[in-house]
Design a protein around this ligand. Structure first.
Ligand SMILES: Cc1cc2nc3c(=O)[nH]c(=O)nc-3n(C[C@H](O)[C@H](O)[C@H](O)COP(=O)(O)O)c2cc1C
Length: 176
């Protein structure tokens, strides 16, 4: 089968990682996949902040997320101890910023799947990234001026596997 179609069919979210690191070469391929994503009018106004899973800012984000949700001890942190997390931000004033970031993150997810790496798209830190600590996190993560968090993605080697999700094509597709 066509490799792209095969990768789309096989991709699923990974919520459990081994300690094995993502190599510099793999990370470069993943970031290139994000950079190669199409953007509206080719403005390319999205930014990628790369953090190792051990970075203290990730713990800080986890604590802020939990504080806002009134959770004390979730079973996993938001990135499931993955060795790499990439935060994608975009110009907050640009109407296509969210869509551009979403397209880039899926490019990266498919690239990871094609490399045999697990990945998880992460939206659950949105409230933490846009709440009262927004300026602090934006500065600490070195987001470009006027950029804001849109989405994140974790990468690593799969410690668990999950079947791709099912769907109801009949309900979701209308053929006219
Ligand atoms: C915009 C977006 C945000 C998401 N945020 C999270 C998240 O914060 N935590 C999480 O575990 N999964 C998150 N996911 C993954 C979805 O839960 C997952 O894609 C969905 O359940 C379908 O499963 P699959 O990816 O294995 O096909 C997110 C996915 C998308 C597209």
């Amino acid at each position: 089968m066509n490799k792209v179609i095969e990768t789309i069919r096989e991709r699923s979210s990974t919520r459990g990682y081994t300690p094995e690191p993502v190599t510099a070469e793999e990370l470069d391929i993943l970031l290139q996949a994000g950079l190669q994503a199409p953007t509206a009018a080719n403005r390319q106004e999205i930014h990628f902040t790369v953090l190792p899973g051990s970075h203290p800012l990730l713990q800080e984000l986890e604590e802020e997320k939990n504080r806002l949700r009134d959770i004390t001890a979730p079973p996993h942190n938001f990135y499931y101890e993955a060795p790499v997390v990439v935060i994608i931000s975009a110009d907050s004033t640009y109407k296509w910023g969210s869509l551009d970031a979403g397209i880039a993150v899926e490019n990266m997810a498919l690239a990871a799947e094609s490399l045999g790496l697990g990945n998880l798209i992460i939206g659950c830190i949105l409230d933490a990234m846009s709440g009262e600590k927004k300026a602090h996190f934006s500065e600490a993560l070195k987001l470009p001026p006027a950029y804001e968090y849109k989405i994140a993605i974790a990468f690593g080697h799969k410690a668990v596997t999950k079947e791709p999700h099912t769907y109801d094509a009949g309900a979701q597709i209308t053929m006219l």
